[in-house]
Design a protein around this ligand. Structure first.
Ligand SMILES: [Zn+2]
Ligand SMILES: [Zn+2]
Length: 178
């Protein structure tokens, strides 16, 4: 669903959409969409700006990713509202000025658009990526994988740590004996 500046100049647009898994490309993100993505909201061109577009709405979807610690599947339900601002992408040589603008505005989530408008799928994709936790874990208490034997320490305890500590004492003991 594409919102062109031309159409937005005439009127504010509303959307109420559902994207099935596969319709939005999450390939490079390590995330997989495992439920339909439902989103609703409005897109408007802000007056008295140089083509700034505001996208407000809410979305709901369940994503999954490999747990950062144990590599098992970790579910990430997302249910959030958003209020995003997009500006026309500045010409390449003006990048420095654009960075300064971003710094000045601090808290506001500001992005850029190219090609005369906004693709809704891109907006939703970006918002979902930003709403993921820094650490994608299956559970805050996930114990991860044993670096020595490779076992998932959540499902079966291994005694590698104890053993390697014992080995160290063993080495020390044989040293002092010699
Ligand atoms: Zn885990
Ligand atoms: Zn182990």
């Amino acid at each position: 669903m594409f919102f062109s500046v031309k159409d937005l100049e005439v009127r504010k647009a509303h959307f109420e959409v559902t994207f099935q898994p596969g319709e939005i490309d999450f390939l490079d993100s390590g995330l997989r969409q495992i439920s339909p993505l439902a989103a609703g909201g409005a897109v408007e061109l802000l007056g008295d700006t140089l083509g700034e577009i505001r996208v407000q709405g809410k979305l709901q979807v369940t994503m999954e990713a490999d747990c950062d610690r144990c590599l098992e599947t970790a579910l990430h339900p997302v249910e959030s509202t958003f209020d995003l601002f997009y500006r026309p992408a500045p010409p390449a040589h003006a990048h420095h000025a654009a960075e300064e603008v971003e710094l000045d505005e601090g808290e506001v989530e500001l992005s850029f658009y190219e090609g005369g408008g906004l693709e809704l799928k891109e907006v939703l994709r970006e918002h979902i990526l930003l709403s993921m936790p820094m650490q994608r874990v299956c559970n805050e208490a996930c114990k991860g994988i044993c670096p020595i034997c490779g076992q998932n320490r959540n499902s079966s305890g291994c005694d590698c740590h104890a053993k390697s500590a014992d080995d160290r004492w063993e080495a020390l003991r044989s040293l002092t004996l010699n």
